[in-house]
Write a protein that binds this ligand. Structure first.
Ligand SMILES: O=C(O)CCC(=O)C(=O)O
Ligand SMILES: [Fe+2]
Length: 201
């Protein structure tokens, strides 16, 4: 059953909802440990100023089918769901009342790894994409920055929590996961997405 949405955390020009913890501590630990072992983690390749860079952070991409998705100017082919991911997707779909056909995963080994300012506005996601972000492992700071006013909205992403970004969030706001030297523990992030235009090989 779908729960009521919390208030929008953005003051304007987008809709983003922080649901807090949707997993209890033992579920969160079970998902973290299983995903750490069972996901096909790979160092990410991204294009920066026309050069191919291999990131410290590891990523993986799963979906309903082996469709292709362009992310950071690199095209990747999805792996098929594993049971833990299907279980987490079900939970996220119950809480949000939305449907997702793919998931991009990030593994940050410590606070030395983060994600710089970007928006997830790839054409494959459509005009007002819903992106459901689940956090496992160590708590990290997450920041939104308005594209024109530069207004910032900060939050802490707790272990087992869910953040839903939708409406015009990607159009009008950037987001980042700042690095922090103090943080020594790993974090896994899952962003459930809905790819509209499937490119199937
Ligand atoms: O790790 C996070 O919380 C953010 C991940 C993210 O923004 C992305 O994968 O596009
Ligand atoms: Fe993102």
């Amino acid at each position: 059953m779908q729960t009521a949405y919390p208030p929008n955390i953005l003051p304007s020009d987008g809709k983003s909802y922080y649901f807090g913890k949707i997993l209890n501590e033992s579920e969160e630990q079970r998902f973290f440990n299983n995903l750490l072992d069972e996901v096909a983690w790979q160092h990410d390749e991204v294009m920066i100023f026309g050069k191919k860079i291999v990131t410290a952070r590891k990523t993986a991409w799963y979906g309903d089918r082996e469709f292709e998705y362009t992310y950071s100017k690199m095209t990747k082919k999805a792996k098929l769901w594993i049971p833990e991911l299907l279980e987490l997707r079900k939970r996220v779909e119950e809480v949000t009342g939305l449907e997702f056909n793919s998931c991009l995963l990030n593994l940050y080994h410590s606070g030395e790894e983060g994600m710089s300012w970007h928006s997830d506005a790839e054409a494959e996601l459509g005009k007002q994409p819903a992106i459901a972000s689940v956090s496992l492992g160590v708590e990290r700071r997450f920041v939104f920055k308005h594209k024109t006013s530069a207004e910032k909205i900060e939050l802490q992403l707790e272990p087992g929590s869910l953040l839903l970004m939708t409406g015009d969030t990607q159009k009008n706001w950037l987001h980042s996961l700042p690095k922090s030297k103090r943080i020594k523990e790993p974090r896994i992030n899952l962003t459930f997405r809905n790819i509209k235009r499937l490119k199937i090989r």
